[in-house]
Write a protein that binds this ligand. Structure first.
Ligand SMILES: [Zn+2]
Length: 300
């Protein structure tokens, strides 16, 4: 858990990290979230600040309107009324958001998509998720599941995705899928260290033909997915985050070229790496919280 005291201009006054400890079960995770939030509010008061709102961002399916963590595979949330619980504990207005959507919000307002107005944030890690941010707010969709760009169908006969269907973008181009594909093609000896996506990128850069192929296939699939994203959203800037974006120019360069090839009448978006690293979600949760506070009170 990345946690922080954030001023209305996005400046971080104090930051902390805590293990999620998902193996302890959902109730224990919720208790830790509330303890940490209360501790941060106390710390703010003790250092001369006056906390005005709480922002919490969680993965999975999130009902932001009701403030409920509906479902998450990795933390085990099932209809947890997190906003209500935080309001009861801290007595402050609270906003509940979705981790990737608030990450996109932060990149669009404070990070690599700053001043772009229309931003598509795509986080490529174990999976692929996205957020479409328009004028500083990320659409959640009718059911809290907007932006699932990882499940755009790009290879109908491709590998089976975690969602159960074949050929989703995530099944071809996530960091986990790149590592899996490379292992399939190289048949490493039993007990050999698995090669992760960063290592596949490094090997591709030094002329490993299999790594080059796997990397190229991932880039092509990403370009297909982003072309669909651009057809739908017509954004000014696409911000790439998550672990895979750390490959930098090795990803962005060929991806930009492959995306350009696929666009016809659509305008080409700027394609840039994320600027806020793994703190984007934390900052975005703060922005979401500040959005709940009237202007005249939000500047303490
Ligand atoms: Zn899928």
């Amino acid at each position: 858990m990345k946690c922080a005291l954030v001023r209305p201009d996005g400046t971080v006054v104090h930051a902390q990290r805590h293990p999620t400890g998902a193996e302890r079960g959902s109730e224990a995770v919720v208790a830790t979230i509330l303890d940490v939030a209360e501790g941060l509010a106390d710390r703010a008061r003790a250092t001369g600040y006056s906390p005005v709102a709480v922002g919490i961002a969680v993965p999975g399916v999130v009902d932001t309107a009701r403030g409920v963590a509906v479902w998450s595979a990795n933390v085990g949330f099932r209809d947890v009324p997190l906003r209500e619980l935080a309001v009861a504990r801290l007595g402050l207005p609270t906003a509940l958001g979705h981790d990737v959507r608030v990450g996109g919000l932060a990149e669009a307002r404070l990070g690599a998509g700053r001043d772009a107005g229309h931003v598509l944030f795509v986080a490529i890690g174990t999976g692929i998720a996205g957020a479409h941010v328009t004028d500083g707010s990320a659409a959640a969709g009718a059911h809290g599941a907007a932006g699932e760009i990882g499940h755009i169908l790009v290879r109908p006969d491709g590998p089976t995705c975690g969602c159960g269907r074949r050929g989703c973008l995530e099944a071809v181009a996530s960091a986990a899928s790149i590592a899996r594909r490379y292992a399939e093609l190289t048949a490493p000896a039993d007990g050999a260290d698995p090669v992760d996506a960063a290592a596949v990128a490094a090997r591709a850069a030094t002329g490993d033909a299999v790594a080059e192929r796997v990397w190229r296939e991932a880039v092509e699939a990403l370009a297909d997915g982003l072309a669909t994203g651009q057809a739908l959203y017509d954004v000014r800037t696409i911000v790439l985050g998550g672990g895979l974006a750390r490959a930098g120019d090795q990803l962005i360069g060929p991806l930009r070229a492959a995306l350009r090839e696929r666009l016809t009448f659509h305008r080409e978006p700027l394609l840039v790496p994320a600027a806020l690293g793994d703190e984007a979600g934390c900052l975005g949760a703060a922005l979401l919280a500040l959005d709940t506070v009237p202007e005249d009170k939000g500047h303490g």
